[in-house]
Design a protein around this ligand. Structure first.
Ligand code: GLC
Length: 470
């Protein structure tokens, strides 16, 4: 049992102060309440940030605020078919929204990325909405909300947006750079693992929430099977797999080939040869034609364990990697967002020489406490709660005194982030949700994938291929 007798009530108090009201009802939480830095848009309710607050509220049995948020997003979802590129595409959910008073009436004003730095559209908002809708349904037992016609329509619009055929031949989703939590240029375009995991979790939620006779169900189930197989097979990285890639033949043509994506062994970076332990593994950051980004990204890997996208063996390997590479991946303030940082020419060319994303800062290898809840969820799912407890104890030792920073910097995450905001809501909520999950581990089921025969079948296929050494 932890001894956070004072810390937890303090954290709750902070979280409660971040609540935003709309026509008298709680509808979300602001991103940050730093009294010393210009607010920019941090006074808005961000969809992905609220997902962490929602986890904390749902785990505590406070379901109303989540219901109101879900309803607000249905109202805000873009619903017009636009053929120009300057307005949000049909089905897109906003990155954030604000409550404003117009003609003495409160209204919700969304931002779909048209005001955001670099004008990035959020790929993840609709996915988080679906994941939260399922978690809300499970936590509250209220199945009626998702069955409402406007909610079913919202699910359809999201599915139409992401299941539309595009210019590629993979089950994964092709996305531009910076379309999610990492909302700046970081080489996370193409098929970044973090987004693919959100995509699977969202499809699985849709499968559970669509009416039984919905004609889209079959397409969702089929895609889920192909997608899960693809992720488990092509993104997986452990010592055996590294050795397989190291000895790959290239330029193979036709259907039955081994090096399907034509990865060149010479693209294996030096760092991974020494760093990857002989036991343990993880899902690589990005895989596409002739491309394997070997970086570790925490959000996708932890969510893969929490949801069950990682099979049992893979989940155990991810936890084993965390344990063996603790200083690199968790450090003095868990959890590191990605590892290793891009530096030198890579930093220049991949980030566009972004001064906010210098090596070991912010998205480029910074440490983000909001990820604590996903770490706890992964740890309890994989039967390793003691790892999450150790991480929480580390965070508890200074996070409150340091005023709940948005992120930390440095290879080991000891420095408060160069431009980090204080009283960052998802740092607070991530801590609370992690603690709740350790207290009531069975509640991790709110966020697990729906039972899916397609996914179960693909699990057998991957296991089969692994024993055949393919
Ligand atoms: C930054 C983060 C983004 C987050 C936002 C609000 O832009 O990159 O993920 O949603 O801040 O906290």
């Amino acid at each position: 049992m932890s001894d956070y007798a004072e810390l937890l009530p303090t954290a709750w108090n902070e979280l409660e102060q971040s609540i935003v009201f709309y026509r008298g009802e709680p509808v979300g939480t602001v991103a940050a309440r730093d009294p010393d830095i210009d607010v920019l848009n941090y006074d808005q309710v961000f969809t992905r940030d609220f997902a962490v607050s929602a986890a904390a509220f749902l785990l505590r049995g406070q379901t109303d605020i989540v219901r109101n948020f879900l309803t607000a997003l249905v109202e805000l979802q873009s619903r017009d078919k636009h053929l120009d590129c300057f307005r949000p595409g049909e089905g897109l959910m906003p990155a954030s929204f604000a409550v404003q008073t117009q003609s003495s009436e409160e209204v919700l004003v969304p931002d779909f990325g048209e005001h955001a730095i670099a004008r990035v559209a959020p790929v993840d908002s609709g996915f988080w909405w679906l994941i939260l809708l399922l978690a809300y349904t499970r936590a509250s037992g209220d199945e009626g909300l998702a069955r409402q016609a406007d909610f079913q329509r919202a699910i359809h619009l999201i599915l139409a947006l992401c299941l539309t055929p595009r210019f590629d031949m993979y089950p994964t989703l092709l996305v531009p750079d910076g379309g999610y939590m990492i909302d700046r240029r970081m080489g996370v375009y193409g098929y970044p693992f973090d987004i693919q995991v959100l995509f699977v979790a969202a499809l699985s939620a849709a499968q559970a929430l669509l009416a039984d006779d919905d004609p889209l169900r079959e397409a969702v189930i089929e895609r889920l099977g192909h997608l899960t197989y693809h992720l488990r097979r092509y993104y997986w990285m452990d010592f055996a797999r590294l050795n397989e890639i190291y000895r790959y033949k290239v330029e193979e043509y036709g259907r039955e080939v081994v090096n399907t994506l034509n990865i060149y062994p010479a693209s294996i970076p030096d760092w991974i040869m020494r760093w990857l332990p002989t036991s343990g593994g993880y899902f690589a950051g990005n895989v596409g034609p002739g491309r394997m980004d070997f970086r570790w990204f925490a959000q996708g890997n932890l969510m893969a364990v929490m949801t069950g996208i990682a099979n049992e063996e893979q989940s155990n390997a991810i936890m084993a990697l965390l344990e063996q590479r603790w200083d690199d991946l968790l450090g003095a303030m868990p959890v590191k967002l990605c590892f290793p940082a891009l530096d030198g020419l890579d930093w220049q060319s991949i980030t566009g020489a972004d001064p906010k994303n210098t090596p070991w800062s912010y998205h480029n290898g910074g440490n983000w406490p909001f990820l604590l809840w996903l770490l706890a969820a992964a740890a309890v799912t994989a039967g390793r709660p003691e790892l999450a407890r150790r991480a929480l104890d580390t965070a508890a030792a200074r996070i409150n005194e340091q005023r709940w920073p948005e992120y930390y910097d440095g290879p080991d995450g000891r420095l408060i982030g160069k431009e980090a905001r204080a009283f960052q809501t998802w740092s607070i909520a991530g801590f609370i949700a992690a603690e709740e999950l350790l207290k009531r581990p069975d509640r991790v089921s709110f966020f697990a994938l729906a039972e899916s025969p397609a996914v179960a079948a693909c699990s057998l296929r991957v296991a089969d291929e692994q024993t055949q050494g393919r």
